[in-house]
Design a protein around this ligand. Structure first.
Ligand code: SMG
Ligand code: MG
Length: 366
């Protein structure tokens, strides 16, 4: 497939409510959207990098820079997703930028042959059960109201963001209010150290599905040490940037569950490789989220329909974050979202909505 040009578009998407994590508060998303153009049609890729390098070292301006300067110029003449992945490999890091480009190419490639992401990746269900990520709040009553609304909307699993000072008490309050049957997990975004092991063991009383990324991104050894001191399973997010990382984490005993985010690992091909590795090791996986628009959400839902995704993901409906999405919105039905079946990611941005949120756009002719 010959790529004739790529559009780099920046959009500004206000969030319905501020979303607070241990590393900061988001009130809107500044998102880079790639559109790859070929003689056979086009393909879309959403870059999940945030405006500031707080979740990981990547950020949107950096993604634009590395794409324009290194990744796009390295594209092979005959670009398919695997060839693009190989061509980008010599450039270290920048997985979110790489994922956006690889995804746009894969979307174009699959649209051209009429195959859906789900079919290509190996999805074995038509819909997926959905969880929701609930930010840190100012008070426990506020948190209980928020969780109550999500439970009423039908979400089948609740994830609470935690940090030192906002952990045992909110988890206890949610358990007490919503009962033992609620699927509940927590995510610390690397906010603790091994010195907090005894405190974190206090979470063991609440029968959580998992604790996500309690310690630093680059510390598998200490995660393994923590795992020996908790009964709550440890799930890694930020620490896993490749299948090799996943293999190391599993071997060390640093993770017994893996959160797979295609952006964090460099694309859907690597995400699928991590899925396959985890299945081979009997390690459950689930699909993470980065407050995607409908474009990124569509592809994530296809991934979440693979057989190894045995836990509900952060694959919530469009209205979890956005009053108006740039695609037809994903709407929760019975706690589930349908896997798109159309060619490629199976959904298109709606031109007027896309135009309304666009802050800049650049065309790179190849
Ligand atoms: O898309 O629902 C979503 C976001 C889920 O909590 C979520 N993502 O560490 O897993 C995570 C965070 C990263 C983004 S926080 C701004
Ligand atoms: Mg996380």
């Amino acid at each position: 497939m010959k790529i004739t040009g790529i559009e780099l578009r920046r959009i500004a998407m206000p969030l319905r409510a501020p979303f607070r994590t241990s590393f900061g508060v988001a009130t809107s998303r500044d998102i880079l959207v790639l559109r790859v153009v070929t003689p056979e049609g086009e393909g879309w890729g959403e870059c999940v990098a945030m405006s500031e390098p707080r979740y990981s070292s990547e950020y949107v301006d950096g993604a634009v820079e590395v794409l324009k300067r290194f990744l796009i110029p390295a594209l092979p003449d005959n670009a398919d997703a695997h060839a693009v992945k190989r061509a980008m490999k010599p450039f270290k890091g920048h997985n979110m930028a790489k994922a956006a480009l690889e995804t746009a190419v894969l979307d174009a490639q699959l649209r051209a042959r009429g195959e859906s992401f789900g079919a290509y990746l190996g999805a074995d269900r038509e819909s997926v059960p959905c969880g929701v990520s609930v930010g840190i709040m100012d008070s426990i009553p506020e948190l209980l109201d928020s969780v109550g609304e999500f439970v009423d909307e039908g979400y089948v699993r609740i994830k609470l963001k935690i940090e030192p000072g906002w952990d045992l008490a909110p988890v206890r309050a949610v358990r007490e209010r919503f009962g033992d049957d609620l699927l509940l997990q927590v995510d610390a975004n690397a906010a603790y150290t091994l010195a907090d092991a005894r405190h974190l063991a206090g979470l063991d009383a609440f029968d959580l599905l998992l604790i996500e990324q309690p310690l630093a991104d680059d510390d598998l050894v200490q995660h393994a040490a923590l795992a020996r001191r908790l009964t709550t399973p440890i799930c890694l997010d930020e620490s896993i940037e490749s299948a090799e990382d996943a293999a190391a984490a599993i071997t060390l005993g640093a993770a017994s569950i893996v959160n797979i985010k295609p952006g964090r690992v460099g694309g859907y091909l690597e995400a699928k490789a991590i899925h396959d590795l985890c299945v081979a090791h009997g390690v459950p996986v689930w699909c993470g989220g980065m407050l995607e628009t409908g474009l990124g959400r569509a592809a994530n839902i296809a991934l979440a329909a693979l057989p190894g995704f045995t836990l509900p993901g952060d694959t919530s409906a469009s209205r979890r974050y956005y009053d108006t999405d740039i695609t037809e919105p994903f709407v929760l039905a019975d706690g589930r979202l349908d896997v798109p079946t159309g060619p490629g990611i199976g959904i298109d941005p709606l031109p007027e909505l896309l135009r309304d949120v666009t802050t800049s756009s650049e065309w790179i002719k190849l």
